[in-house]
Design a protein around this ligand. Structure first.
Ligand code: HEC
Length: 157
């Protein structure tokens, strides 16, 4: 009896360790990589990923964005526009936000925010959009970008 309890206790510990691993950033990066290889619906950059572990990781990455970009119910603009509804939307189209001429010019050329264009922008904002007023150096790690895109996509439903 006490022996089986010990085994049950061990199983709980192992399960907890696995769960803890899932919200770890490093793991999210590797699960994003896996999705890239196995996604049946196209390349991972064109598909919003919805794994809970990835979204949890994206929430952490989003701390870098949150001060400038409020999201969620009732979020307004701050230094940057709210990113509510960003997915599938034309660039520079959040009502009531004063954008730079640089992003407005890109929007006239037809820039629409998709997982793919968001990934490109977030990799190197100043390269993608020279003269943007967004002062942010970019996210070097593909896993961080996939995670943050998965996170913000939640506010586009
Ligand atoms: C220091 C403030 C700041 C930080 C940090 C920042 N941004 Fe921005 N962001 C801006 C500003 C300002 C703009 C408007 C750019 C323009 O007008 O050229 C912008 C624009 C954007 C846009 C385009 C919005 C639209 O309506 O077209 C996206 C998407 C975006 N940011 C995502 C992010 C993400 C994701 C992060 C974090 C990884 C981030 N930003 C970090 C200030 C910031």
């Amino acid at each position: 009896m006490s022996r089986s309890l010990t085994i049950a206790g061990l199983a709980v510990l192992i399960a907890a360790a696995i769960l803890a691993g899932q919200i770890n950033l490093g793991h999210a990066a590797s699960s994003a990589a896996t999705a890239t290889q196995t996604s049946p619906t196209g390349t991972a950059t064109e598909t919003v990923q919805t794994e809970p572990g990835l979204i949890a990781a994206g929430k952490k990455v989003y701390r870098k964005c949150a001060a400038c970009h409020p999201v969620g119910e009732g979020a307004g603009h701050r230094v940057g526009p709210t990113l509510n509804g960003i997915m599938g939307r034309a660039a520079a189209s959040a009502e009531g936000f004063k954008y730079s001429p640089a992003i407005e010019a890109k929007a006239r050329e037809g820039l629409v925010w998709t997982p793919e264009t968001l990934d490109a922008f977030l990799t190197a904002p100043y390269k993608f959009l020279p003269q943007t007023s967004m002062s942010f150096a970019g996210l070097k790690r593909a896993g961080d970008r996939a995670a943050v895109v998965a996170y913000i996509a939640q506010f586009s439903n």
